[in-house]
Design a protein around this ligand. Structure first.
Ligand SMILES: Cc1cc2nc3c(=O)[nH]c(=O)nc-3n(C[C@H](O)[C@H](O)[C@H](O)COP(=O)(O)OP(=O)(O)OC[C@H]3O[C@@H](n4cnc5c(N)ncnc54)[C@H](O)[C@@H]3O)c2cc1C
Length: 361
């Protein structure tokens, strides 16, 4: 049987992974990206054991392991100086850690591997329209070289949360927007908690705000908080040596009504978005990409929505529950969190449940 041609829209982590997985199987693939060059911002910083396992076959995993930092624990500080940890090193897998690596560096590794497989990202090229023909969809592409119509191809929309692909095929993106803004900073910092080495940390405050820190190597950290003074939750004394990137963003939790319509597929943020709790956003996109490439190769694409949509819904439900627990402003719920829920992490069954969510296994 002839292999189908595949056309991917969007060269974020999902699109790049999908292109690699198809190219290494000998499936003809093109990938377009509207931006003229890669963005140098860190965005997603945690790569989980499931992604590391999936990216082994393409040879990407060893490069991520070399470049990234191994996170062994997630420490949570709450109440009056109490703390408890999720022990990532108890994940029952050879990758019993998360790899911390800024997303732009992950994308560089993916794009280099794709180039080695003979595929180049076609930049300054974007989806302009998807036209229904009665036998599926054709894609109209506008690029620096003019217009082109893509026919007789499988089309993958890996074009992010505001996916034009999804809008063009009229697929609803059901869910909720979270009103409160979040703040982010990538900084070089000198502070006492440096002694905790390669631990991610969460600082739960009594007023329902929370701050998170993730080490990115040396004195570089990612800070994330739902309070505007993003440094405000850091235990004193600390000194910010250098601020590399500061940003504000709003969160939504949404799931596409279907991940496939005729010959068009949705993957990554185009299909699902949720809070950054558990660090699953980029990882879920990498999973979609690997599973979809596998199904295309096996001629079983009808399984894609039935397989991936429930997986994404499960992650959205789990991460939303934990997000609500983290950010509750109800004094009663804060009391219950500090005196009952967080201490439950002492029990191995509860640890196992959290590790399953974080690892993606
Ligand atoms: C500030 C910020 C912080 C984040 N932090 C985390 C985190 O800590 N942990 C986590 O898991 N996730 C985090 N995320 C989310 C994570 O970055 C996304 O889940 C991930 O990037 C999704 O990858 P993707 O490839 O599906 O989509 P994207 O990364 O959005 O890539 C889509 C690509 O498609 C291109 N594109 C769009 N439209 C078109 C078109 N019409 N034609 C051609 N190309 C197009 C875009 O330019 C883009 O390059 C963060 C996101 C942001 C914005």
């Amino acid at each position: 049987m002839d292999k189908p041609s595949v056309f991917i829209i969007g060269a974020g982590p999902t699109g790049l992974t999908c292109a690699i997985e198809l190219a290494r199987r000998g499936i003809p693939v093109r990938i377009i990206e509207k931006k003229s060059e890669p963005e140098h911002i860190s965005k997603a910083i945690g790569i989980n054991p499931r992604s590391l396992t999936l990216l082994e076959a393409s040879g990407v995993t060893p490069r991520l392991l070399t470049k990234g930092l191994k996170l062994n624990r997630m420490r949570m500080h709450y109440g009056d100086d109490k703390q408890i940890a999720i022990h990532l090193d108890k994940i029952p897998h050879k990758y019993n850690f998360l790899i911390a690596l800024p997303q732009d560096e992950t994308e560089t590794i993916l794009e280099e591997r794709l180039n080695e497989l003979g595929v180049k990202v076609e930049r300054v090229a974007e989806l302009d329209d998807l036209i229904e023909t009665g036998q599926g969809y054709e894609a109209l592409i506008k690029s620096q070289w003019g217009s082109e119509t893509i026919r007789n191809s499988l089309i993958i929309g890996a074009d992010g949360a505001h996916s034009m692909t999804r809008k063009q095929i009229n697929v609803d993106f059901e869910g909720i927007a979270i009103e409160e803004p979040w703040y982010l900073a990538d900084v070089h910092i000198d502070w006492p908690y440096q002694q905790n080495g390669h631990d991610a940390q969460a600082f739960f405050q009594q007023d329902g705000t929370v701050g998170l820190t993730f080490p990115l190597g040396g004195t570089r950290y990612r800070l994330l908080s739902n309070r505007e003074e993003v440094f405000g939750f850091l235990p004193k004394p600390y000194s910010i040596e250098d601020s590399l990137w500061e940003s504000q963003f709003k969160l939504s939790c949404r799931l596409a009504q279907t991940f496939q319509k005729a010959n068009v597929f949705l993957a990554g943020d185009a299909a699902h978005i949720h809070t950054p709790v558990g660090g699953r956003g980029m990882n879920l996109g990498i999973e979609d990409a690997c599973v979809l490439a596998d199904y295309i190769d096996a001629g079983k694409t009808d399984r894609y929505t039935t397989d991936r949509r429930p997986a994404a819904r499960h992650v959205i439900n789990m991460t939303t529950k934990f997000y609500n627990l983290m950010t509750t402003q109800s004094p009663m719920k804060i009391w219950a969190r500090n005196h009952f829920m967080l201490p439950l992490l002492k029990f191995s069954a509860v640890q196992k449940q959290q590790l399953k969510m974080i690892s993606g296994l």
